[in-house]
Design a protein around this ligand. Structure first.
Ligand code: NAD
Ligand code: NA
Length: 396
């Protein structure tokens, strides 16, 4: 069928298989253009189908010739209904990996469950023996706890005080005031359950106990800090409490991994347009101002540039891994640059519906958003019939 974007709220209901393929190919070409990384050889990526996780899988495979196992939760296509973009991305990844002679297998299911952890361990045992890198890149609004069975929902709310500030509806470009009432105590606990470190530790415990982590294996999870303007809803809000928990868990996991000489790290990444970040109030306005400034400075990066730099300049250099005073890897350094942040703060004060198209990169935001679903890529004929029913061979 001919596939067009169909927007509803913060999501797009359709995705384009050819466009997702182009997106993956572009990312592969970028990684190849940067040269070989003396990096990981056998990699498990949890949350491997979109955003930072997909970029991690691509960098592992095409930057470092690694065999990869990907875990994700994506919708397969059905008659007349496209798959979710992560499904088509993963199909394209498998196709390109096979062409390049690289091992790639994927598991589509709930990473929070015991069953998917077991399936993953069985697959590692059968095919790879052990892995030397585990990337943890889940972003989910819900988690069913594998022990209690409780379904936890994360919320994006401030803690303590009502928050009011500007936001933009990036579809219409309208800048308005948003007010978010503070969360309850259960909201904090639930958000920590979903996006905190417990599941990351459950994964590493299970992998370690099964003997499928190689000597010296590393695991890396992703976090975010961001500027003052987003602090009440992000870093000091419910999601920030989950990120604090995730960051603290890195130290616990490092202790667990001591017996194999392994280590856990959190990498703080840059604000980027992904399905997860588009749903957070205030962030799209911040991102559109940030993009404008970073693009003008030449320091703008997408997920693939971020992760390629994480591997080549942080994780796999000949020296040690540089971390901040809290033990975190920082690849948000160019975002958090003082001059960049000062400019964002100034533009923020004066931002209106009328001037945002000039002072911010609203078009860049919109085009990145469409790209997430495989739309807007050069070299793809969107007027042509596309086969939405393509399937990932061997998907578990
Ligand atoms: P994303 O939405 O693009 O990717 C989420 C991934 O998780 C997908 O592969 C999805 O299939 C998978 N997933 C979700 N629920 C799952 C489940 N139950 N079982 C298995 N897989 C599941 O998100 P992203 O923006 O790449 O976020 C990844 C991490 O990076 C998150 O921890 C996020 O907080 C962090 N981060 C994001 C930003 C940003 O601006 N986007 C910045 C810094 C850090
Ligand atoms: Na991801």
């Amino acid at each position: 069928m001919i596939i067009e974007p169909r927007m509803r709220g913060f999501i797009c209901l359709t995705s384009h298989p050819k466009g997702c393929e182009q997106s993956v190919i572009n990312q592969i070409n970028y990684v190849k253009s940067k040269g070989a990384i003396d990096g990981p050889k056998k990699v498990l990526v949890i949350g491997a189908s979109t955003g930072f996780g997909l970029a991690s899988r691509i960098t592992s495979a095409f930057g470092s010739n690694a065999a990869t196992i990907g875990v994700f939760f994506e919708k397969a296509p059905a008659a007349g209904k496209t798959a979710s973009p992560g499904y088509y991305n993963s199909l394209a990844f498998h196709t390109q990996a096979e062409k390049a002679g690289l091992y790639a297998k994927s598991i589509n299911g709930d990473a929070f469950s015991n069953e998917v952890k077991k399936q993953t361990i069985d697959l590692i045992k059968a095919d790879l023996g052990q892995v030397d890198l585990v990337i943890y890149s889940l972003a989910s609004p819900v988690r069913q706890h594998p022990v209690t069975g409780v379904l936890h929902r994360s919320v994006l709310k401030p803690i303590g005080d009502t928050f009011s500030d500007k936001t933009v509806d990036f579809h219409t470009g309208i800048v308005s005031e948003v007010t978010i009432t503070p969360c309850s105590d259960e909201d904090i606990a639930n958000t920590v359950q979903v996006m905190g470190g417990e599941d990351w530790k459950m994964w590493t415990d299970a992998l370690l106990n099964a003997g499928v982590l190689a000597e010296g294996a590393m695991t890396v999870a992703y976090s975010y800090i961001g500027p003052d303007v987003t602090e009440p809803v992000y870093r000091k809000g419910t999601i920030g409490m989950a990120k604090e928990h995730l960051e603290a868990t890195a130290f616990e996991i490092t202790e667990d991994l001591a017996k194999i000489g392994g280590k856990a790290f959190v990498s703080v990444n840059k604000a980027l347009v992904t399905q997860a970040s588009s749903a957070i109030p205030v962030i799209p306005l911040y991102i559109s101002l940030l993009y404008k400034i970073m693009k003008a400075k030449g320091s703008h990066e997408g997920c693939i540039e971020q992760i390629q730099r994480l591997y080549s300049e942080r994780l796999y250099t000949n020296g040690g891994i540089p971390v901040d005073e809290k033990g975190r890897i920082r690849i948000d350094d160019w975002e958090m640059d003082e001059a960049v942040q000062k400019e964002v703060a100034e533009l923020w004060k004066g931002a209106t519906t009328e001037n945002l198209p000039t002072i911010g990169d609203l078009n860049g935001y919109k085009s990145d958003f469409l790209n997430l679903f495989g739309f807007g890529f050069e070299g793809v004929d969107y007027a042509a019939e596309a086969n939405e029913m393509v399937e990932i061979p061997g998907l578990i």
